[in-house]
Design a protein around this ligand. Structure first.
Ligand SMILES: CC(=O)N[C@H]1[C@@H](OP(=O)(O)OP(=O)(O)OC[C@H]2O[C@@H](n3ccc(=O)[nH]c3=O)[C@H](O)[C@@H]2O)O[C@H](CO)[C@@H](O)[C@@H]1O[C@H](C)C(=O)N[C@@H](C)C(=O)N[C@H](CCC(=O)O)C(=O)O
Ligand SMILES: Nc1ncnc2c1ncn2[C@@H]1O[C@H](COP(=O)(O)OP(=O)(O)OP(=O)(O)O)[C@@H](O)[C@H]1O
Ligand SMILES: N[C@H](CCC[C@H](N)C(=O)O)C(=O)O
Length: 541
């Protein structure tokens, strides 16, 4: 089906409610003089207010939204919801104020109420974890489409309502936008919504007011330690999705210790699975029975092939299922099993789920082969690896292909500014451990000094004992990619990591158009269409 793209999320007005009713839902009251004011929406960004909105003026890390109440009034806001500090700041806006101690905590419930609890009118899948959320939601969405369902998708790469594509501002939208989006989905007959649930979203109440039919957990490894003080806090944020207020049931990958802990501590019933075992690449299925991890389902055999992996999944009561991961990279088997079991626990027959998943399309910017290869050109792959674990995972997945081609494995890598500083040297170190050549460059420096970020990545790359990788610094990303292509040579592989589907490079508050894939196409030429990368996968953990 052809897709259309619109620049901003669609938002229909909500059914009109009186300000008195709104205040009542928030557990407070408003003066009689303003009780009949009509509210037809809620918005927490003064710049996006529409006539009739309740402007939620929230305190933040950088500023207080109440400072922008006058701007909201100019755009037609009908009233302001804020806290006592905001009430003072918003006093000159001329708008009626609804004042509560912690407005962010009430926003999700309010938005859900205003829009008629849209999440309850669809089947909802929520996926969390450090890596794999986008991939798993795309797999769910692709499978359900293959099964003929009308679908909605919300995540980092895009938001989609049936066949309409909308750019995503972030991984998980703020609660008012989410409720409005879901109301649109319901209006357009969406039966199933698959969405990513970031730890920021869970911590900041963006999914309050939604109780997912099935929650899924991929894995946990270091990221976002700028926002979460510790890994423990990061885990707690993710684990919160597995509580009765947020989900009815869950599926948990127990390949890592965090997943095993989540399975033990989950507040909702969960089905667990592991993909670990001595199965490995090769022409024949290698079987495994020795994994000691306790899990309801396990991958017992696997056979990688061009563009994916066929595998056998064994479940309770001796059930076995032949399934296919339609994406390259062994790590995608875990994402596929997660999607498969989320479908199964929601009532899809296992055989149907496996068949539909095998037909799911590739995910933009995830292990995506770009540009022409052969005739003196290397194999170029764009991947969104932007954590130490993902960098290692992506490079491990490509190593067998590099060996097969008898060429070097080159990675072009940077780390984002205004994000977890501690992950930078670790990303550099993983790059040096798993690649032959590391080209360190910029990746959205944002407000930081780019050279300092690069220095941190370089420091990690150069500190690995015994690593033989050649480490280069090329500040300009376009030039760095060209260097990576050159260094890979005709037999090598160049992995351009970190930006995946992104179409901009954010420097000092300005987003400059930039797409790794376009740069590679410029260097290597455009094939008939992008295909999944033909990695011959070995064990890559
Ligand atoms: C840490 C974080 O997530 N912060 C988000 C949070 O910021 P904040 O509460 O500190 O707000 P602030 O910037 O101080 O502003 C205060 C209030 O004034 C409002 N405001 C501000 C300026 C203005 O002109 N008008 C206006 O109304 C803002 O909307 C906000 O409500 O609320 C803001 C309003 O929605 C978000 O823009 C901001 O996201 C920032 C930009 C961000 O980069 N978030 C990223 C890290 C994020 O959320 N990422 C996760 C994915 C992570 C993953 O990879 O797993 C995501 O779900 O996207
Ligand atoms: N199950 C997995 N285990 C380890 N690494 C993975 C897994 N799935 C994906 N990755 C790696 O992580 C990168 C990001 O994958 P994906 O976009 O699916 O994750 P995400 O959780 O949505 O990330 P983000 O929250 O930053 O959007 C991929 O490009 C790949 O390198
Ligand atoms: N969702 C992640 C994406 C990071 C991607 C990378 N390109 C960067 O800018 O750090 C974040 O916002 O931290």
């Amino acid at each position: 089906m052809a897709s259309t793209t619109v620049p901003v999320p669609p938002r229909d007005p909500a059914p009109a409610r009186s300000l008195a009713d709104v205040a009542d839902v928030l557990g407070t009251t408003v003066p009689d003089t303003v009780r009949d004011i009509s509210i037809t929406g809620v918005c927490l960004d003064s710049r996006a207010v529409r006539p009739g909105d309740l402007y939620a003026a929230l305190p933040g890390a950088r500023t207080h939204g109440a400072r922008f109440a006058r701007g909201a009034a100019e755009l037609g806001a009908a009233a302001v919801l804020t806290d006592p500090a905001g009430a003072e700041l918003a006093a000159d806006s001329g708008l009626p104020l609804v004042v509560v101690p912690a407005p962010r905590e009430l926003l999700g419930g309010l938005a859900a109420w205003l829009f008629g609890a849209p999440a309850e009118q669809m089947l909802t899948f929520g996926v969390t974890g450090t890596n794999g959320k986008t991939t798993t939601t795309f797999l769910l969405d692709g499978a359900l489409r293959a099964g003929g369902r009308r679908c909605g998708l919300i995540g980092t790469v895009m938001t989609r309502i049936v066949d309409e594509q909308i750019d995503s501002k972030r991984t998980t939208p703020e609660a008012p936008d989410l409720a409005a989006l879901m109301a649109q989905m319901v209006r357009r007959g969406v039966e199933v919504c698959s969405m990513e649930v970031s730890s920021h979203a869970l911590s900041m109440g963006r999914v309050d007011g939604i109780r997912f039919d099935v929650a899924g957990f991929t894995n946990l490894s270091q990221d976002h330690l700028d926002f979460h003080p510790t890994m423990e806090d990061y885990f707690a944020a993710k684990a919160d999705l597995f509580t009765p207020a947020r989900a009815k049931q869950g599926v948990v990958c127990v390949d890592d210790e965090w997943g095993r802990r989540l399975a033990r501590e989950s507040g909702v019933p969960v089905v667990t699975f592991t993909t670990l075992g001595p199965w490995s690449s090769g022409d024949d299925f290698a079987t495994s029975s020795s994994s000691t991890i306790d899990a309801d389902w396990r991958v017992t055999a696997a056979r990688p092939h061009e563009g994916g992996t066929d595998f056998v999944l064994a479940g309770p009561d001796g059930v076995t299922l032949d399934a296919r991961c339609p994406l390259p990279g062994e790590f995608n088997v875990a994402n596929t099993v997660l999607a498969l079991l989320m479908l199964v626990v929601s009532g899809t027959a296992p055989g149907d789920a496996a068949r539909w998943l095998a037909a799911a399309p590739a995910v933009p910017g995830r292990m995506e082969q770009v540009g022409l290869t052969g005739s003196g050109r290397p194999l170029a792959v764009v991947d969104y690896a932007h954590t130490p674990d993902a960098v290692a995972t992506a490079l491990r997945a490509l190593r067998p292909s590099a060996s097969g081609r008898n060429g070097p494995l080159v990675v072009v890598i940077g780390a984002g500014g205004d994000r977890d500083r501690d992950k930078r040297p670790k990303m550099g170190a993983e790059a040096a451990r798993h690649a032959d050549v590391v080209v360190v460059t910029d990746d959205n420096p944002r407000s930081e000094v780019p050279a300092r970020i690069r220095a941190s990545v370089l420091e990690g790359a150069r500190s690995v004992n015994g690593a033989t990788a050649e480490v280069l610094e090329v500040a300009d990303r376009r030039e760095a990619i060209a260097t990576g292509v050159r260094m890979a040579g005709p037999n090598g592989i160049v992995l351009v990591a970190g930006k995946g589907h992104e179409r901009g490079q954010e420097v000092a508050g300005v987003v400059h158009p930039f797409d790794d894939r376009e740069v590679l196409v410029g260097l290597l030429g455009r094939p008939g269409g992008t295909q999944p990368v033909p990695v011959s996968q070995g064990r890559n953990r």
